[in-house]
Ligand binder design. Structure first.
Ligand SMILES: [Mg+2]
Length: 442
């Protein structure tokens, strides 16, 4: 691979009070493709440097007026010309002169009479360094833009001890999320809000162990998808790798709210807002296993709106729906423990799961529900049981046997409740009937 000719198109300023030197330098670099500017004094050189901002300056030391050291100091003090590398070309070859040149801000020092190939080689090095600095600065600018424009919180964490990290870098969004003006240099432990600290510590530990880790968290009213990615970098060939992490926070609130709503809808009965059949099945399965493990009684109520077909015939289906909504609300208001579940079982049937509740307690809840619905005083003129809408309820209770087929046991419990419900209807409706004791396994 041939290296790019960095002289081609570069602007070079040569400052020297000896016309022959100016001519020689100009000729050499003109041949290399440079645009060469000449100044015969320090003052003229400074003016040209400000006007053209050259890529490289070759500077004589001994000149009438301001000398080369002073020219260099002024170039370095001016933000416009500060970056331009300055190489001294001087007849003063002693060490103290050279040191003075570096102290003034020069990057190199060549003694006159100079050798042409050496001048070219030294200039080439400086142009190469300058080009690398510019490229690096450009990519840093781009990276900074990306970080600042990003809508995600982005950070790099360096390990500070075996369990904690230090913020090596954090973009504005990250600072905003954590409500911090400054993160860089501080430790993770001292900057994280309490609500976030354990989750993030775990995430970092996972990323350290597996290379990558991700989780969703709810923090200060928003949902974030947080991911941590291991960055194994070595600072030198003999250095041990440093296990830094990149950390991103993505706000997924709208998406998350939608999915939570859909998940809720998937478990909710559209008409009444109670749990639907699917949610009932899942809950019964879960509570069955819980009660079996802990040898606790599990009770189930099946409730049926009395003479509901007649209600629909008399008042119409819209009123029928309205009636079901009121009944559902009445049941929900009566079943208050957080582990209890009221569900629409189908049509005008409702079910209530009562974990850790024996038959007596379940009967009490069933009676309360019946009274509550009757107390709503929803007129039902074609009911043979009451002038108001009423319920028939069947109650069954069991302590699930351990090791029993859970599915068969649940089926038995439902059938026992259903038989009790049938008995309540046969007995004249508007009443509670209890299932006969049944063995949950035969
Ligand atoms: Mg001179």
């Amino acid at each position: 691979m041939t290296q790019a000719n960095l002289f081609d198109g570069a602007t070079l300023l040569t400052i020297d009070d000896t016309p022959q030197n100016l001519e020689l330098i100009s000729a050499i670099f003109f041949d290399k493709g440079c645009r060469v500017l000449e100044a015969a004094s320090g003052e003229a050189g400074l003016a040209l440097a400000r006007e053209h901002v050259p890529d490289l300056i070759l500077l004589d030391v001994m000149m009438p007026g301001i000398d080369g050291y002073e020219v260099c100091r002024r170039l370095k003090a001016d933000p416009l010309t500060r970056e331009t590398p300055v190489i001294f070309l001087s007849a003063l070859s002693d060490t103290s002169s050279q040191v003075a040149g570096f102290a003034a801000g020069g990057v190199d020092y060549l003694a006159k009479p100079f050798k042409i190939p050496e001048v070219i080689a030294r200039c080439d090095i400086q142009l190469r360094l300058l080009s690398e600095i510019r490229e690096r600065r450009q990519s840093e600018r781009l990276l900074k833009n990306v970080l600042e424009m990003s809508r995600e919180g982005i950070a790099v964490l360096d390990p500070s001890c075996s369990t904690d990290y230090r913020w090596a870098l954090a973009n504005p969004v990250m600072q905003q999320i954590l409500r911090r003006d400054v993160l860089t240099g501080l430790s993770l432990a001292e900057t994280l809000p309490e609500a976030l600290a354990p989750e993030l510590a775990e995430l970092c530990a996972d990323a350290r162990a597996q290379g990558h880790a991700e989780r969703e968290i709810f923090f200060e009213g928003s949902w974030y998808q947080i991911s941590a990615q291991g960055l194994t970098a070595r600072s030198g060939p003999d250095e041990a790798p440093t296990h830094s992490l990149s950390l991103t926070f993505r706000d997924i609130t709208p998406l998350k709210e939608l999915s939570l709503m859909l998940a809720k809808e998937a478990r909710q009965d559209g008409l009444t807002g109670l749990a639907n059949r699917r949610c009932f099945d899942e809950t019964l399965r879960r509570e069955w296993d819980f009660c079996a493990r802990n040898q606790l009684p599990l009770s189930l109520l099946l409730c049926d709106v009395d003479h509901f077909k007649a209600y629909n015939d008399t008042y119409g289906h819209a009123e029928g729906d309205n009636c079901l909504q009121q009944v559902a609300q009445g049941i929900a208001q009566t079943v208050r423990r957080p582990t209890d579940l009221a569900a629409r079982y189908g049509g005008e049937e409702f079910a209530v799961i009562l974990p850790n509740t024996p038959m007596d307690g379940a009967r009490f809840v069933a009676q309360m529900i019946c009274e509550k619905i009757l107390g709503l005083e929803i007129p039902h003129r074609d009911s043979e049981s009451s002038q108001w809408v009423s319920l028939s309820v069947g109650v069954a209770s069991v302590i699930p046997a351990q090791g029993e087929s859970s599915e068969l046991g649940q089926q038995n419990l439902i059938e026992a409740s259903d038989r009790a419900l049938y008995a309540a209807k046969q007995g004249g409706r508007n009443r509670v009937e209890l299932a006969e004791q049944f063995a949950s396994i035969d």
